[in-house]
Design a protein around this ligand. Structure first.
Ligand code: AMP
Ligand code: MG
Length: 425
């Protein structure tokens, strides 16, 4: 495991007082070490989990050539351009049962979708294209060509071919693919455990009586939602008051139980509280001012307790800053911790419906609403007030407009990048 000092030395031009958003991710990729412990799970239980091995297909899918349509299978060498083809129906093949008879020249086989194509037959003419006269059919000219409507053995996967790679997050399609290979169980990395708590004497837990100057805790709930969507096992540690003994106990308990700790609040400049001091005392922690908006202050590092080590993400206190720093930094870092292969978020491009003021030299994430204009293009406007405490705007938005580090002002109609929330929020 590398220390903060070692990682800092590896990153050229590292300045904790003005670190760029991009460099934060580089730093975190070095700080976080993926989980290695695995477990075997049934396919139904593996949704959202990270595959811990490459999966090689033990069988070919489909296992034999079969019909893609309900129709008549025949040998296409009998087709003549521009001429109808008359054929006698030799029998019927159903899906799931091999047909035992033989089909000679001038004959065809009535065949259902998914039924095995007998040897020598390579083409299926769909039922609705043919004229039937008793035991005979006529294939009109130019309705099918050789090989049409035949699915080939192994066209999905051949036996021995790589079906899924280690690090793949198992979504619905991957579950179906595993099952299609006849695999009842799959090896995945164990779930990542993340403990989180909110800090600050002004933070009320739900159920507490409001008092002057106090606000209800929202960060624990957004963090809970974000972590759950990511597939993490969550450990909710509540609100921790600004008391050294309470903070110390919370950090130690969290480090003992979890792979990662997420706190919110108490990391800004000039904080009169004890959160930063306790992080410094208990762990190897860097305190950053990130060249970004919102979410400038952040602490990252590691806290060890009784031989166990947990990665620490000390997020800012403001509710929108918490969500933005989570999406921009914590989420990719946790995906790495979970053993998932790196996947950069795909940014959409949309035309800005308004002028945006932006200073080069920092990354800005503005809450955006992307819509489709009548001409089919994507357009984005902001939710208005971009205050970092305006959580309602995160509900209203469907993505974040990403104004990159070097970018300046945006004029109406300029193209901007948008990170869509998708399933993350
Ligand atoms: P801090 O970084 O601790 O100074 O917090 C910055 C701002 O975020 C302050 O206005 C806090 O009241 C607010 N804040 C901190 N933690 C939370 C929380 N858990 N829920 C809602 N607001 C919070
Ligand atoms: Mg505070």
């Amino acid at each position: 495991m590398k220390s903060i000092e070692q990682i800092a030395a590896e990153l050229q031009g590292y300045d904790p007082q003005a670190i760029s958003a991009e460099r934060v991710n580089h730093f975190l990729a070095r700080l976080v070490e993926p989980i290695t412990a695995t477990e075997g799970l049934g396919v139904f239980d593996a949704l959202g989990r990270v595959l811990a091995q490459d999966v090689v297909s033990p069988i070919s899918v489909p296992p034999h050539d079969n019909s893609a349509m309900d129709g008549f299978a025949f040998d296409s060498r009998q087709l003549r351009p521009g001429e109808p083809l008359g054929l006698r129906v030799a029998g019927t093949a159903f899906a799931g049962k091999a047909w035992a008879g033989s089909v000679g020249p001038g004959e065809c086989l009535k065949i259902m979708t998914g039924a095995i194509m007998p040897n020598g037959l390579d083409t299926v003419v769909p039922l609705e294209f043919v004229k039937t006269e008793g035991e005979r059919i006529v294939v009109p000219p130019n309705v099918v060509g050789p090989g049409d409507n035949r699915r080939l053995l192994g066209e999905d996967l051949m036996a021995g071919e790589a079906a899924l790679r280690q690090g793949q997050v198992l979504g619905p399609a991957a579950l179906g693919l595993l099952a299609s290979l006849g695999l009842p169980t799959v090896k995945v990395f164990r779930r990542v455990k993340v403990a989180y708590f909110s800090t600050g004497d002004e933070i009320l837990s739900l159920g507490e009586t409001p008092r002057e100057g106090a606000v209800y805790d929202s960060n624990r709930y957004t963090v809970f939602g974000l972590l759950t969507r990511l597939g993490a096992q969550v450990i909710d540690m509540g609100v921790v008051r600004d008391e050294p003994a309470e903070l110390e106990a919370a950090f130690r308990t969290a480090a003992l139980q979890a792979d990662a700790i997420i706190t919110s609040g108490g990391v800004s400049m000039g904080e009169a509280d004890h959160t930063k001091a306790m992080m410094k005392q208990l762990g190897d922690v860097a305190f950053w001012r990130i060249a970004m908006r919102p979410g400038r202050p952040m602490a990252v590092g590691r806290i060890d307790e009784a031989g166990k080590s947990a990665v620490l993400f000390g997020l800012p206190g403001n509710p929108v800053a918490v969500m933005v720093t989570f999406l921009a930094f914590v989420r990719p870092a946790l995906q790495r911790l979970m053993g998932a292969s790196a996947s950069e978020p795909v940014l959409l491009q949309a035309r800005s419906g308004e002028a945006l003021r932006k200073k080069p030299g920092r990354t800005e994430y503005q809450r955006g609403i992307v819509t489709r204009t009548p001409d089919g293009a994507l357009s984005v406007r902001t939710t208005g007030n971009q205050g970092s405490g305006v959580l309602s705007s995160m509900v209203e938005a469907n993505g974040l407009i990403v104004l990159h580090h070097g970018q300046g002002n945006v004029a109406v109609g300029d193209t901007v990048d948008v990170m869509m929330f998708d399933g993350a929020i």
